[in-house]
Design a protein around this ligand. Structure first.
Ligand code: C2O
Ligand code: CU
Length: 488
């Protein structure tokens, strides 16, 4: 329905060159974008760095959504997608689009075995939809890119929460527009807990903290500054965690579970603790790893998650431990800082076995998906059969089966490839077994330039039509996306 406008805005963006900004709607990037660098965060940094100085603010924790009704097996929520403002830079109000006008949006806490209904009301001024990323949902509730909620209307999404405990998130998925809407603030956590895992005694409550990492740039008036880059995707000069510039977090001398989410449009982060202390990864997108994995660095491509336990007893009270982004440019090298304080009785542990190895049904089919760059145009990024076409089904896996999918990256950019509706195991990354941190259940995997990744999706739950795509938001928009129809 928005196709025509889509094409028009894309064409005019292309006509104006990639430095231009396209968008005609209520969240007005156009007005806020100025030709030279004179009114930008880069300029502001040079003249007055205080608002961008890292470690000035305590990390905000996104509010937890409150159900409007609860019954024996169901929690019901109502959220409104609408404009709002966020306090990011001191003295400024930053306009955002958010769930309930909040950036980041409210965290939904779900429990395995209890369903969640979310009534999403669209008061944003544009057509949107909602995708529960990593969620096992029926296709009609998955937020297919062409299944939009027009402004002024609403949609009920039903989430059964039949899956393993995991760190999920929800965001907009309107086709061709996700780079803008994700950037504008439509992103939030959705955490699935499993009561059966309580015996693991992992850190809980205020010691279990979701951390959403993104990059942004700002105009001189404090508004977000978007920049179209259909090749590399948006890359900002400022790192935000839960909507605060490289914040600090007070931690006691004990274990914390930190749920890292890369919710950037297109920037990869490589997490590393100061002093090169190891972190213990316990989970990836689809749930807990079978065994904890010690890692010095954790690479996270857009949409990837890593559940990590850090034991701050390794540091003395008063220590300030920076979480670095290895390989970031000058102003994107620090993600946040942990300020270790006295106290902290230890009531958590990391057991040697976190989850059972699940047997998989035999491989039923093999498929290859070359990932290619087709030159500048309205569909410059493609998977095997061409640009995304909602009328085309690219494959029909059988429900209950596994398959071997080979992603072959024939381009110079990394593609974080994501499957809706199901999870997969990584079989090989460029011919080698994956790092143990990538060997658990995943829904997004990094396919680096000129490399090949083989994954084994398990089409275990609901049959129907779902998309798979590159999660560099600009690539998915432009149109690196395919469709599968899982048949019963
Ligand atoms: Cu997080 Cu299809 O997306
Ligand atoms: Cu891509």
């Amino acid at each position: 329905m928005d196709l025509e406008r889509d094409l028009i805005t894309r064409r005019s963006a292309l006509a104006r060159g990639f430095g231009g900004v396209f968008l005609v709607c209520s969240f007005d990037f156009d007005k806020r974008t100025r030709p030279a660098g004179a009114r930008t965060s880069a300029y502001a940094r040079a003249s007055q760095s205080a608002p961008f100085q890292p470690f000035q603010r305590d990390v905000p924790i996104p509010v937890v959504a409150r159900p409007v009704a609860r019954s024996r097996a169901l929690d019901q929520y109502v959220l409104t997608m609408r404009p709002g403002t966020a306090d990011i830079l001191p003295g400024f109000k930053t306009p955002v689009l958010g769930y309930d006008g909040l950036y980041p949006g409210p965290t939904i806490k779900a429990t395995r075995g209890r369903a969640v209904d979310v009534r999403q009301i669209n008061q944003s001024g544009r057509s949107l939809n909602v995708h529960l990323h990593g969620g096992v949902t029926r296709p009609e509730f998955d937020g297919h890119p062409h299944d939009a909620i027009p402004h002024g209307t609403e949609r009920l999404y039903k989430y059964p929460n039949v899956q393993r405990q995991a760190t999920l998130w929800y965001h907009d998925h309107a086709h061709g527009e996700t780079a803008q809407t994700l950037f504008a603030g439509l992103a939030a956590f959705y955490l699935v807990d499993d009561p059966a895992d309580a015996e693991l005694e992992l850190p809980q409550g205020s010691y279990d903290v979701p951390l959403m990492i993104q990059d942004r740039s700002f105009n001189a008036d404090g508004s977000f500054r978007f920049r179209v880059d259909l090749d590399r995707g948006f890359r900002g000069d400022t790192i935000l965690v839960n909507g605060a510039v490289a914040p600090r977090m007070k931690v006691e001398r004990r274990k914390y579970r930190l749920r890292f989410l890369n919710a950037a449009n297109a920037r990869a982060f490589t997490l590393a603790l100061g002093n090169n202390r190891a972190m213990t990864q316990i989970g990836s997108e689809g749930g807990l790893l079978t065994k904890p994995v010690r890692r010095g660095t954790i690479p996270l491509e857009p949409a990837e998650r890593a559940d990590v336990v850090i034991d701050f007893r390794a540091f003395g009270a008063g220590s300030k431990v920076i979480l670095h982004n290895v390989g970031g440019e000058a102003t994107t090298q620090a993600i946040m800082r942990f300020d270790v304080v006295r106290g902290g009785s230890e009531e958590a542990r990391v057991p040697k076995v976190l989850a059972e190895e699940e047997p998989l049904p035999v491989v039923n089919a093999r498929r290859g998906w070359p990932l290619t760059f087709q030159g500048l145009g309205t569909s410059m990024w493609q998977i095997a059969n061409g640009a995304f076409d909602e009328m085309r089904i690219d494959c029909r896996p059988r429900q209950g089966s596994t398959e071997l999918w080979t992603w072959t990256n024939n381009s110079q950019r990394t593609h974080p490839m994501h499957l809706h509706g199901y999870h997969f195991r990584v079989v090989t990354m460029n011919g080698k077994p994956p790092h143990p941190g990538d060997a658990g259940w995943k829904d997004t995997v990094a396919v680096y330039p000129n490399q090949t990744v083989v994954v084994r999706p398990y089409f275990d739950y609901f049959p129907g039509r779902y998309v798979f795509h590159c999660h560099a938001a600009e690539h998915g928009d432009m149109s690196m996306m395919g469709q599968m129809e899982v048949v019963a």
